[in-house]
Design a protein around this ligand. Structure first.
Ligand code: SF4
Length: 376
């Protein structure tokens, strides 16, 4: 049964130069129509049943916090009317500094949002400008402090390393600043240069330079050192949390459990059927208003494909996957299924088997893509 709901808000104040997400700047005029359609989709999905009490709800984007309070409120009220939720439901919202003030944070908190994920990316203004972020480092510090004053206890920051012009010293400074703000969770991503983005053009044009392999390795060491001493334990390749503050919504994905996604471009995976909604927000609204389906892609995974996906996703988690748990879920024993491939990964120290769990080692995490390509 499904117990996680993702709600996609595709609007942003400006498009960051590295962004390949389904997000759009300059569509403010569509916001209210989009929210009407989003709520209609939630009602449709709820009426078809199959959703148990929600454990997690995630408003992501895009930048959900660009919506005015009344529209965010409408989304939250609709989800509440459509679905039941557990008492301790985690309701996360992605927020960009520069798009919230105290009144909006208060409003969202009262409406039920209990986890904030701030897209900070860096505490160095020059680096923020280099990737087209709309906010300054100071605005990020103020936003995190306002969130504390508004009563949010569960706050996460996203930071990026490998940014244009970033040095080991500036990464140290960004990470140290994030930790000094006392947040409970950090998502630390290496910048990837996506096809067709302005960042890629800048890189090809030679107008920006990215840190090299040695610098990236040194940044990884800084990350390990600072997060360890702050008690922020790595629980996934890019995610660190104080005990009890892991993102429950994202764990749904990493454990390859069922989830529903609503909104433009959102993906749902229920009973091994993966469906993707149309990405364009205007076409999404047109379809909803015309009473047509917004699903444009559907893939039905067989047991074996789903099993392999579960293995790959779970290896992102430091805890890995449970051998007996996987056998019970799929009727497939991972040791038998992968045979020599998995044995070799264990022998070479990329993967370890301990107390019925299979997980990447520290060494394996450094070569995660390679290891996963062996098992996919
Ligand atoms: S704020 Fe996030 S979603 Fe919006 S353009 Fe920047 S990276 Fe993309």
């Amino acid at each position: 049964m499904t117990s996680s709901l993702y709600i996609h808000i595709p609007f942003c104040s400006a498009k960051c130069s590295y962004c390949s997400f389904n997000s759009y700047a300059g569509l403010e005029g569509l916001q209210s129509r989009y929210v009407e359609c989003l709520c209609a989709e939630m009602e449709n999905v709820a009426s078809s049943g199959g959703v148990e009490s929600l454990k997690t709800v995630f408003l992501g984007g895009g930048t959900p916090s660009v919506l005015p309070g009344d529209l965010s409120g409408k989304i939250i009220t609709t989800y509440r009317n459509c679905f039941s939720a557990m008492q301790d439901v985690e309701i996360s919202m992605e927020i960009n500094p520069g798009t919230v003030d105290m009144a909006k944070l208060d409003f969202l908190h009262v409406a039920g949002v209990n986890r904030i994920s701030f897209g900070v990316q860096s505490f160095i203004d020059k680096e923020l400008r280099s990737i087209g972020r709309i906010h300054t480092a100071e605005e990020a510090v103020v936003a995190v402090s306002m969130a504390g004053n508004a009563g949010y206890e569960n706050v996460s920051l996203d930071l990026m390393y490998g940014l244009p012009g970033q040095t080991t010293a500036s990464w140290h400074q960004s990470l140290e600043t994030a930790i000094s703000l006392g947040v409970k969770h950090l998502s630390l991503y290496q910048l990837t240069v996506e096809e067709g983005t302005p960042l890629q053009q800048m890189m090809y044009g030679g107008t920006i330079q990215l840190p090299g392999e040695d610098e990236l390795a040194a940044m990884d060491n800084i990350t390990r050192k600072l997060t360890d001493s702050a008690g922020l334990r790595q629980y996934e390749i890019s995610n660190y949390a104080k005990t009890g503050y892991q993102c429950r919504h994202n764990i749904t994905y990493w454990e390859n459990n069922e989830y529903l996604g609503v909104g433009a471009g959102a993906v749902s995976c229920v009973r091994r059927s993966r469906k993707r909604n149309i990405a364009d927000p205007v076409e999404y609204c047109d379809r909803i208003e015309a009473g047509k389906s917004v699903v444009i892609e559907e893939e039905n995974l067989d047991i074996e494909a789903s099993f392999r996906e579960t293995v790959i996703m779970a290896l992102r988690l430091n805890s890995g996957f449970s051998l007996p748990g996987l056998t019970e879920r799929y009727g497939i024993n991972a040791l038998d299924y992968y045979g020599a491939t998995l044995e070799n990964l264990i022998r070479d120290g990329f993967v370890e088997q301990h107390a019925g769990m299979i997980a990447l080692t520290d060494r394996g995490r450094g070569f995660a893509n390679l290891v996963m390509s062996e098992l996919v």
